[in-house]
Design a protein around this ligand. Structure first.
Ligand SMILES: [Zn+2]
Length: 457
């Protein structure tokens, strides 16, 4: 036993040393000539330059304004576009492996595959929203902090909280969430989560189509109160308009979905704006159902290439078949429901609500990276400008998640950015034209990620 412990310690130390060597910061680097989209909504800066040192952006300005210290390396980005990496506040890593979707797949390997897949599409941070069994997510989060493993940076809500049988929907998720019926049990769950240092608390307030009782107002009010006492934000899965109204009144911090029984009315939208509640439109999963036949985005070259690079061919074939086999009547009904979501989002946007990227990534065939990229397009399809969608997916989510040094390409922030071959302010789909991804000022090895994700095929 002791031998095994020593051997493990040695391997861990060796690994840590290797990773540390890889990430040892180089000298200062001046990135120059790109069109810079800062990510906070300000106008883009043409012919920009920014200086990166020790993984941090030190100075940003026009090319003729930013001086590089002697000996600095230079990277010419003329003709390219730079924007911040994407940050997704709603994912569920670890359940899909090839064509299977199950609890059995929930291993360190599958989980890290999903995080690497997200990274390949330009997603730097994923918040896992409440379906993390055991300690796996906490261990991966810790190992990322130590530089032992890569992939998109993981934040986690640990085990979310719902009424019995009213938590996360799929069979693979059964038995993972807390099931509570009293305020005291809700508070106890929050205290356990706080001890694990979760990044957010997740609650489900839904009756799952009448299958189960909803989490009652006294219970979720106790959860919200206890979470706020611990400095934690509460993020709610919601379905019904009436529940959303009361959750806002109760002090919820974020919605993981739009309401789905009807369009948000003006009073709810006004309350969301007044209370500063963050909203994830979460359009992409629902949008899939609106097509009987291949959607235009399915074969859009930028997106299709990224998908082929990261997902096994049989999964792509199944995604395709789901569209081509759908009955037109089913798609038409889904389009009506989807239009309700789009109208709610238009209202929220018009009222100035805080809209952020959260796309329920990791549901079956709703794959990491791909779904986030599609969500941006869906936001624009619902009336947001490309600039607004980019803010939602970068500085917006960074603000919600308390990532103060992320989400904007600006002095003092981490040098985490995408280099694109075309301008997403002209066409939001250009966020897929990724030529390089920089994390802490270093180019991500995307070929290594491709190799990792294709190794299992
Ligand atoms: Zn979800």
């Amino acid at each position: 036993m002791l031998c095994r412990a020593i051997a493990f310690a040695c391997v861990a130390l060796l690994t840590a040393t290797l990773v540390a060597q890889q990430v040892r910061p180089a000298g200062p680097v001046l990135f120059e000539g790109a069109l810079l989209i800062a990510g906070d909504g300000r106008a883009p800066l043409a012919n920009a330059a920014f200086l990166v040192e020790d993984g941090t952006i030190r100075r940003v300005g026009r090319r003729d304004e930013v001086q590089a210290p002697a000996g600095a390396a230079r990277v010419d980005l003329s003709g390219k576009v730079v924007m911040p990496v994407l940050i997704n506040a709603h994912g569920h890593p670890g359940f899909q492996k090839g064509l299977t979707f199950s609890r059995d797949n929930y291993t360190r390997e599958t989980y890290l595959d999903d995080l690497h897949r997200a990274a390949y599409f330009g997603v730097r941070v994923v918040l896992s929203q409440g379906i993390d069994a055991g300690d796996l997510a906490y261990e991966i989060r810790r190992d990322q902090q130590r530089g032992l493993v890569g992939g998109a940076r993981l934040l986690t809500a640990g085990r979310g909280i719902g009424a019995p049988n009213a938590g996360p929907g799929a069979a693979a998720f059964q038995g993972i969430a807390y099931e509570v019926t009293t305020p005291e049990a809700g508070r106890a769950a929050v205290r356990e989560l706080a001890a694990k240092n979760v990044d957010v608390v997740k609650v489900w307030v839904d009756d799952r189509g009448g299958r189960a009782p909803r989490l009652s107002p006294p219970v979720y009010r106790a959860i919200i109160d206890e979470a706020h006492r611990h400095g934690l934000r509460v993020n709610a899965h919601v379905f019904y308009h009436d529940d959303a109204v009361d959750l806002v009144d109760a002090g919820v911090d974020g919605f993981a979905h739009l309401v789905r029984d009807r369009e948000m009315d003006e009073a709810l939208v006004a309350a969301i704006v007044r209370r500063g509640v963050y909203v994830m439109p979460n359009l992409g999963a629902a949008e899939r159902g609106t097509h009987a036949g291949l959607p235009p985005w399915f074969e859009e070259p930028g997106l299709a290439t990224l998908l082929r690079d990261t997902v096994p061919a049989p999964v792509i074939a199944r995604m395709r078949a789901a569209f081509t086999s759908r009955e037109p009547a089913a798609a038409a009904a889904a389009r009506e429901r989807y239009a309700v979501l789009q109208r709610s989002l238009r209202r929220l946007r018009a009222a100035g609500a805080r809209i952020i990227l959260g796309s329920d990534t990791g549901l079956e065939d709703h794959v990491f990276g791909h779904a986030e990229q599609r969500e941006l397009e869906a936001m624009v399809g619902a009336g947001m400008t490309p600039a607004q969608a980019i803010v939602a997916a970068t500085s917006g989510t960074a603000e919600y998640l308390g990532l103060r040094d992320m989400g904007v390409v600006a002095a003092g922030k981490r040098a985490d950015f995408l280099v694109l071959g075309a301008n997403p302010l002209d066409d939001i789909r250009h966020t897929r034209r990724i030529e390089a991804i920089y994390v802490d000022g270093r180019a991500l090895d995307r070929a290594a990620i491709r190799a990792r994700l294709r190794a299992g095929e």
